[in-house]
Write a protein of this length. Structure first.
Length: 211
């Protein structure tokens, strides 16, 4: 019914930016889903299953999750085993779709993707402990949590839409972190040095002026 109303009454959509500055995720419906999760514990408890939210995030398929797991197992670099006892508890937040991959407890394919990206970072850049990382397009903070857990980063700066950074803060505050996180928007940040800047698709979704 909500999606039908949005089609009939497009004025019900919520945007963060002027039309020529909007990213692909700033589509109106996604922002509303994020705001519901921030404002209501009932929605936050299940936000990873919200269909409007899933158009942008938390839509990794069961099969893709299986491929990510296979890569992690083949690499045997300690990323998956290092995350099993602590990090995979994050799947209890937001009620994501989980599947049985034969590793014990069901796993979220999105979390497996975050782990695979962490494995890529370890291969490319080595030891990231004590580093300062910025991520453009933080989603709900899943990659930030992975890097904090596995690498014990000193500071993780998350750039996204204003409401999205609020959701990420709510999510990350559900855990005790090793380092700290800093939520930012583009206009609220001054140029400063980072050890590493990453973006998992989000940079490519931005209009050229914002890039």
């Amino acid at each position: 019914m909500r999606r039908l109303l949005l089609k009939i009454f497009p004025g019900m959509r919520e945007f963060s930016s002027a039309e020529d500055l909007r990213s692909d995720s700033d589509n109106g419906a996604y922002n509303l889903a994020v705001r519901r999760a921030v404002a209501s514990y009932r929605h936050f408890a299940n936000f990873k299953r919200d269909k409007d939210y899933n158009k942008i995030l938390e839509h990794v398929s069961e099969q893709d999750g299986r491929e990510y797991l296979k890569i992690l197992q083949d690499r045997n670099d300690g990323i998956f085993n290092g995350a099993r006892k602590t990090l995979l508890r994050s799947d209890a937040i937001g009620n994501p779709r989980k599947y049985d991959y034969g590793t014990g407890a069901p796993l979220s394919p999105t979390t497996l993707r975050y782990l695979k990206v962490a494995s890529d970072l370890k291969i490319l850049f080595g030891d990231l402990s004590g580093t300062r990382i910025a991520e453009i397009g933080c989603g709900y903070g899943g990659q930030a949590l992975v890097c904090d857990t596995l690498f014990k980063t000193r500071e993780y700066v998350i750039f996204d839409l204003p409401d999205v950074t609020r959701l990420a803060a709510k999510y990350l505050e559900s855990f005790l972190l090793n380092g700290c996180y800093v939520p930012r928007t583009l206009n609220a940040a001054t140029p400063e040095p980072y050890d590493l800047v990453i973006s998992n698709y989000a940079f490519s979704e931005l209009p050229r002026a914002v890039q």
